[in-house]
Design a protein around this ligand. Structure first.
Ligand SMILES: *[C@@H]1O[C@H](CO)[C@@H](O)[C@H](O)[C@H]1NC(C)=O
Ligand SMILES: *[C@@H]1O[C@H](CO)[C@@H](O)[C@H](O)[C@H]1NC(C)=O
Ligand SMILES: *[C@@H]1O[C@H](CO)[C@@H](O)[C@H](O)[C@H]1NC(C)=O
Ligand SMILES: *[C@@H]1O[C@H](CO)[C@@H](O)[C@H](O)[C@H]1NC(C)=O
Ligand SMILES: *[C@@H]1O[C@H](CO)[C@@H](O)[C@H](O)[C@H]1NC(C)=O
Ligand SMILES: *[C@@H]1O[C@H](CO)[C@@H](O)[C@H](O)[C@H]1NC(C)=O
Length: 500
């Protein structure tokens, strides 16, 4: 992962959390009421609209070969269908009770071949394609195969990303450049450069894809100025279904789309897509009144993996990694040294800030150290579980196989110091690496434990796991980091599906 410097060293945000609870009884009653009288009506209307959309798209695709779709823009009556689809899309929003407020004016393709939309915070953002006249999106190839959505996606003539293609990034960029600079009458290209959803509290790193062509772009800001935020869809927060339910039971909500002035790159920006991306981000952050934070999609992947493993503080793991980088703990391999020596703490489950700083050889008065400590001190009790900290850093310091991580877990949670793991420790280890529940862990433990013993060793566990198909993913060995993603079973956030 590349080294990234925080734009603002004082604030480290974690924009991947979203808290949404219906607090007052009034809210709860209101939601219950509208779930009964409003939700069924809205869902029925929306389904009818979607079916109509599917039929229209199927008609629009009729008689077109794959090459036609890929090589030339739609013409004639098919364009009329495109306009109809856009109208239909707006109806879907109206049926959901969401009013769309438009500020500024969309530039034409000749003025700005690329639309850059941010912040990306929800699947509902996808509706912007209907407001902007069904532009070209970047879509995963698998989405085109979906029997319902696939028709609509194919009809919009997207740029497909073939994920199996090892050269996928390169080819996608080539295709973006080709479309953006084409003399044919293609629609504009629409890109969410953040590549994943945040809670709109900041703008994360823009991926440079949209900026490679070096053509003018029009920044487009999306806001949801609602009292209750029922749309934000992040790693740590309500599920898509819950959000959909809560959004559809709001009588009235707003989505604001603001077209900013076209940004024309200078020569330097044309040569350097990353610089161009950063400068556009700065303009958008100013318009939105939010800071920029250098989180990347890779940081998100890291958090997703941590979440999948049920690692403590999973959603802060990228933040923790950045702080450790700034404290130069990563380069010094401090935590690994601690793990490889005998654990120094008397009771590693209760470690104070002073002890923590001693172990890491840093100053307890350093604001960064306090911040790091606070992230693990979730209940503000003044003590943290140092083992959770060590485990978290093991996962983030370098690419490791699941088996290695479990082995380190056995080391970190071993209070005997000689590799004897008690039931209680075993439950915690499996819970924080394989997300196994305590009942399952207890069941496994009972099967492994040697006669007359009350503990197991790592080798006991490995020989047991080798016989279990459920654990086969632990033994996937891999060298390239690409394959290694498999064993963590990276959770797919569907927010990523629609865009890059
Ligand atoms: C969004 O993230 C910021 C930064 O971590 C946080 O302060 C804020 O509470 C989050 N917003 C919601 C609604 O959870
Ligand atoms: C999509 O479906 C076609 C056959 O209909 C198949 O050949 C292709 O591999 C599928 N692509 C993906 C990415 O699933
Ligand atoms: C979309 O187009 C692809 C080829 O580009 C095709 O394989 C796929 O079946 C199409 N999807 C639908 C639903 O027609
Ligand atoms: C807070 O967490 C610590 C360790 O993480 C634990 O020992 C303590 O009991 C917790 N306190 C409360 C009030 O939950
Ligand atoms: C273990 O993980 C599961 C989810 O994977 C969680 O629901 C549970 O509370 C965790 N803790 C224990 C002690 O099982
Ligand atoms: C991984 O790399 C090592 C040497 O670097 C090699 O011996 C081993 O066979 C490789 N494993 C796989 C699965 O490619």
């Amino acid at each position: 992962m590349e080294k990234s410097v925080m734009s603002n060293p004082e604030v480290i945000l974690n924009p991947f959390v979203h808290h949404l609870e219906l607090e007052s009884t009034y809210e709860k009653l209101k939601t219950a009421f509208f779930t009964v009288i409003l939700l069924p009506v809205r869902i029925t209307i929306i389904c009818l609209l979607l079916i109509t959309g599917w039929l229209l798209a199927s008609v629009g695709l009729w008689g077109l070969a794959e090459e036609d779709l890929r090589e030339k823009p739609l013409t004639g009556w098919r364009r009329t269908i495109r306009l109809l689809l856009c109208t239909l899309g707006r109806f879907v929003y109206a049926a959901a009770g969401m009013e769309i407020i438009i500020k500024g004016k969309q530039a034409s393709r000749s003025e700005a071949p690329v639309l850059v939309c941010a912040p990306h915070s929800t699947f509902i953002d996808g509706g912007i394609v209907y407001i902007t006249g069904l532009p070209t999106c970047i879509v995963r190839r698998e989405s085109g195969n979906d029997s319902y959505i696939g028709k609509l996606i194919n009809f919009s003539q997207p740029i497909y990303v073939w994920r199996d293609d090892p050269d996928s990034r390169h080819n996608t960029i080539k295709e973006i450049i080709k479309r953006a600079k084409s003399d044919l009458d293609w629609p504009q290209i629409l890109i969410f450069p953040e590549g994943t959803c945040t809670n709109r509290s900041c703008l994360i790193t823009f991926k440079p894809g949209a900026f490679y062509p070096g053509v003018p772009v029009q920044p487009v800001c999306i806001r949801y100025p609602n009292k209750l935020d029922t749309v934000t869809w992040t790693w740590e927060g309500p599920s898509a279904l819950k959000l959909l339910w809560l959004t559809l039971t709001q009588v009235h909500s707003y989505c604001e789309i603001e077209f900013l002035p076209v940004y024309r790159p200078n020569e330097e920006e044309k040569r350097d897509p990353k610089l161009y991306a950063n400068n556009v981000r700065r303009v958008m952050a100013k318009a939105l009144g939010v800071p920029t934070v250098d989180y990347t999609y890779d940081d998100c992947r890291l958090m997703a993996r941590a979440k999948e493993m049920n690692l403590p503080c999973a959603s802060s793991i990228a933040e923790i990694r950045k702080i450790r980088q700034r404290l130069q703990l990563i380069d010094a391999h401090i935590e690994e040294k601690i793990i490889n020596s005998q654990l120094i703490c008397k009771d590693c489950s209760r470690v104070t800030l002073t002890e923590f700083s001693n172990y890491l050889n840093v100053f307890p008065s350093d604001p960064l150290v306090m911040q790091l400590f606070k992230l693990y001190d979730k209940n503000a009790s003044g003590v943290i579980d140092f083992r959770e900290y060590l485990l978290g850093t093991v996962v983030t310091s370098k690419e490791r196989s699941l088996l290695e991580i479990i082995q380190l877990g056995f080391k970190i949670y071993d209070s005997s110091g000689v590799g004897k793991i008690s039931l209680h420790e075993f439950v915690t280890i499996l819970n924080h690496t394989l997300a196994v529940t305590s009942e399952q862990s207890e069941f496994i433990f009972k099967q492994i434990v040697p006669d007359n013993a009350i503990y197991i060793t790592f080798d006991n566990f490995v020989s047991f796991a080798k016989e279990c198909p459920e654990f086969s993913n632990i033994f996937v060995t891999c060298n390239s980091s690409k394959n290694c993603q498999k064993n963590g079973n990276v959770h797919e956030n569907n927010c990523v599906k629609k865009n890059e």
